[in-house]
Design a protein around this ligand. Structure first.
Ligand SMILES: C[S@@+](CC[C@H](N)C(=O)[O-])C[C@H]1O[C@@H](n2cnc3c(N)ncnc32)[C@H](O)[C@@H]1O
Length: 252
């Protein structure tokens, strides 16, 4: 798959990720739905940004739950990190995606869509997890599932003092605000290779896309359930920091 054919990466979902995971002609990044330039060389800055937002991930002997872990560099790094820190690591994704990850004896696996396919299997983990991560996955759950059911279940996993990071969420509202700026216009001309300014659009229904209403609604839902919740910017050294942001929750 060529990196130029960005349309190949649109319209992905849980089912199509199963097929991508086993495609040997794809790079590690393409197998999790990213053109190489969105992930190649970015693993360390992404991990550093995640560690700033999930302080419990850096702790020895903690329990980490990764929703939609994928089979790329990030999941591989989390496995090595967990081993070094003597952490309990629970990985969730499809059987095909989990099978594409290098073997790691100590990990536990929850196979299926979160939360609907694994609801009964979540019981032992409720209130037990110090760090829950769901990175670059929320946009698919938004289209295919219920984001509030997802949030309620993800929050239920947190131990007291535990953190949940719903990271790398593409925000249509943030993108449109960016495109309306001078920096956004230059970026658009460079990226699209044409001389025309973008036409940012506000006040419309964003079918299939996450916007401010969704993100702020998530914060309100978590806070109403007794959790601290924040919407946070990505580190500026991340490849999509101009249009993606992160949700962070903490169980007091
Ligand atoms: C873009 S990849 C991100 C992988 C990894 N978190 C990362 O950032 O490197 C999205 C992953 O989410 C998984 N996924 C999508 N919807 C899911 C759901 N409802 N439950 C669990 N995994 C899901 C896909 O199978 C895929 O592996």
């Amino acid at each position: 798959m060529s990196n130029e054919r960005f349309s190949e990466y649109r319209g992905l979902g849980f089912e199509s990720f199963r097929a991508l995971a086993g495609s040997e002609n794809l790079s590690l990044h393409q197998r999790i739905g990213f053109p190489d330039e969105y992930r190649e060389g970015y693993c360390q800055p992404i991990i550093a940004d995640i560690l700033r937002k999930l302080p419990t991930l850096g702790r020895e002997d903690s329990t980490l739950f990764d929703i939609g872990c994928g089979c790329g560099e990030l999941a591989q790094h989390l496995q090595t990190h967990a081993m070094a820190k003597n952490q309990r690591l629970i990985l969730n994704d499809s059987a095909e995606v989990l099978a594409a990850l290098p073997a790691f004896a100590a990990r536990e696996e929850l196979v299926g869509r979160f939360p609907e396919d694994v609801l009964d299997l979540l019981e032992p983990f409720r209130g037990q997890c110090d760090a829950v991560i769901c990175y670059s996955v929320f946009q698919y759950i938004f289209v295919e599932g219920s984001v509030f059911a997802f949030l309620d279940q993800a929050l239920s996993l947190l131990a007291p003092g535990g953190y949940l990071l719903i990271g790398d969420v593409p925000s249509e509202s943030m993108l449109q605000r960016f495109l309306a700026s001078s920096a956004g216009r230059s970026y658009h001309r460079k990226y699209s290779g044409c001389d025309e300014d973008p036409v940012p659009v506000f006040n419309r229904v964003c079918l299939g896309k996450v916007d401010d209403a969704v993100l702020l609604g998530m914060i309100a839902r978590g806070r109403a359930a007794g959790f601290h919740g924040w919407l946070m910017p990505q580190g500026l050294d991340l490849p999509m920091a101009n249009r993606r942001e992160d949700l962070v929750f903490m169980r007091p």
